[in-house]
Design a protein around this ligand. Structure first.
Ligand SMILES: [Zn+2]
Length: 65
C-alpha cells in the first residue's frame, strides 16, 4: 500500500532562492530580512492568524515552517 500523501522534500541548499511563497531566503546577509514591504506582509499573516509570531520569525529567517 502506498501513501498518497507524499511529502515534498526540499533539500537544504546554499542558493539564494526567493519565491512568492518564500520571499525570505536563508542567507542572513540578504537584504530581504529588512524589506519593510515583506515584513509588513508577514505581520499581516500574523494578524490574520495564519502564522504565529514564532513561525513568522522563522519565516523571516528563511527557515522552513
Ligand atoms: Zn534573500
Amino acid at each position: 500500500m502506498q501513501d498518497s500523501s507524499q511529502r515534498i522534500v526540499i533539500p537544504m541548499e546554499d542558493e539564494i532562492i526567493h519565491t512568492v511563497e518564500h520571499p525570505f531566503c536563508s542567507d542572513p546577509t540578504c537584504p530581504d530580512k529588512e524589506d519593510p514591504e515583506l515584513l509588513a506582509q508577514v505581520a499581516q499573516l500574523v494578524e490574520d492568524g495564519l502564522l504565529t509570531e514564532e513561525e513568522a520569525t522563522n519565516y523571516v529567517l528563511g527557515k522552513t515552517l
